[in-house]
Design a protein around this ligand. Structure first.
Ligand code: SF4
Length: 202
């Protein structure tokens, strides 16, 4: 067993049947989903909701953003996921709706970042994590994870962000298309999302 959530979904399907399970959620994303709320929320924890609940619903379930803070972004799907902004709060959290919105459900991680978060440091930490985690078996991931971290360092040092962005998109395409496993194929997602969507280092 490598995914307890999937195994737990088997139980209601066996006990009550697939059609009963599929009455929850949406037609393309049936049943319920576990989301792990962390970061700047009042009640961090694991919440189970029907597929189709929104980010706003989840943050409300977790007691809202910590008092006195305002939401800056949400890292959706973990380190290999993408950043959502306040404009995405009402996107239904289903496979189909998040894909259409350019977001990623990934592991179900919902990390809320508030206005005190140092986004540059945060994104550099993600890049360092993937550089460490790359096993080195294939070149696109082994070299790409190093190159994207170097790119962030150059941007912090004041390099022209337009040129760096072009390079970043190229590196990301190669990593996504040519890496052997899911780690390399997704190691660029959050970096690209932070630069293009949040405007980090722009
Ligand atoms: S993509 Fe997978 S196999 Fe290739 S270097 Fe990265 S972790 Fe290793």
């Amino acid at each position: 067993m490598n995914n307890v959530e999937t195994m737990m979904n088997v139980l209601p399907i066996v006990l009550r049947g697939g059609p009963a399970f599929a009455t929850r959620g949406t037609s393309a994303s049936t049943g319920t989903k576990l989301f792990c709320l962390s970061g700047s929320v009042s009640r961090p924890g694991v919440y189970e909701v029907d597929f189709g609940a929104t980010l706003r619903d989840l943050i409300d379930l977790a007691g809202g953003v910590v008092a006195g803070r305002s939401m800056r972004a949400v890292l959706l799907g973990g380190a290999a996921g993408t950043f959502a902004t306040v404009d995405d709060l009402d996107v239904p959290l289903t496979f189909e709706a998040t894909r259409a919105a350019g977001l990623s459900l990934g592991s179900g991680v919902v990390m809320v970042l508030d206005d005190t978060t140092d986004l540059v440091a945060y994104v550099r930490r993600i890049a360092a994590f993937f550089r460490d985690e790359s096993c080195g078996q294939c070149v696109p991931c082994r070299v790409g994870t190093v190159r994207q971290e170097e790119m962030l360092d150059r941007m912090v040092a004041g390099a022209d962000p337009r040129g760096e962005r072009e390079l970043m998109l190229d590196i990301g395409r190669v990593m996504r298309d040519a890496s052997i496993c899911g780690l390399g194929q997704t190691a660029h997602n959050a970096i690209e999302s932070a630069v293009l969507k949040l405007g980090v280092l722009s």
